[in-house]
Design a protein around this ligand. Structure first.
Ligand SMILES: Cc1cc2nc3c(=O)[nH]c(=O)nc-3n(C[C@H](O)[C@H](O)[C@H](O)COP(=O)(O)O)c2cc1C
Length: 169
């Protein structure tokens, strides 16, 4: 899809059909994730692709037992394998890199006709237990993915003129 159309069409989808997401589509998402940039090209990521029903149930509990995780046939866990380093600006590199991967995934899913939703509200400990996360790794986001069973309206955005200043405040 044309980039301008993609960013205009992308919305968070929280209801999905029961149909499983085909392996080819999962592979297509992973192919996009493999292109994501990271701080100093660290690539300190792991992606846990969850379609197992028992593990999905545990992730649902970790994510407040509600949509979108409770609805999704597929969840990608975006993981930072090194989430302690901060950059010169004092910002956490692993969290930033994880957010970039998450954004790539969100757009890639939309591009191939899948609905998805970024989930940041989850219990890190419970989600970690669900996927047997190794010590020291950190889940940056859970991504609910599936064929859309709703067509949400675009949510309003601030006018860009409210967000931008030129050269200085
Ligand atoms: C960092 C981040 C965390 C989010 N966490 C959640 C969440 O826990 N649950 C949820 O339903 N949506 C979550 N969302 C989705 C946002 O609510 C959504 O992107 C926002 O309302 C704008 O709507 P849109 O994505 O449809 O444009 C999250 C989005 C981001 C970027």
């Amino acid at each position: 899809m044309e980039f301008a159309n993609l960013v205009n069409e992308r919305v968070s989808v929280r209801k999905y059909k029961k149909d499983p997401v085909e392996k080819e589509k999962v592979d297509a998402l992973l192919k996009v994730l493999a292109t994501a940039p990271s701080s100093a090209n660290r690539q300190e990521w792991k992606y846990v692709v969850v379609s197992d029903e028992e593990i999905l149930k545990k992730l649902t509990v970790a994510a407040e037992s509600r949509p979108p995780i409770s609805e999704a046939p597929l969840v990608f866990c975006i993981i930072s394998t090194e989430n302690k380093n901060v950059n010169d600006g004092g910002l956490n590199k692993g969290t930033i890199d994880g957010a970039i991967a998450s954004t790539y995934l969100h757009l890639a899913a939309c591009d191939i006709g899948l609905g998805s939703c970024w989930v940041g509200s989850f219990n890190q400990k419970l989600a970690a237990e669900a996927i047997s996360l190794p010590e020291g790794y950190c889940i940056i986001s859970l991504f609910a993915i599936g064929y859309p069973d709703e067509t949400p309206n675009q949510r309003p955005r601030k006018d860009i003129s409210d967000l931008v200043v030129y050269n200085h405040f």
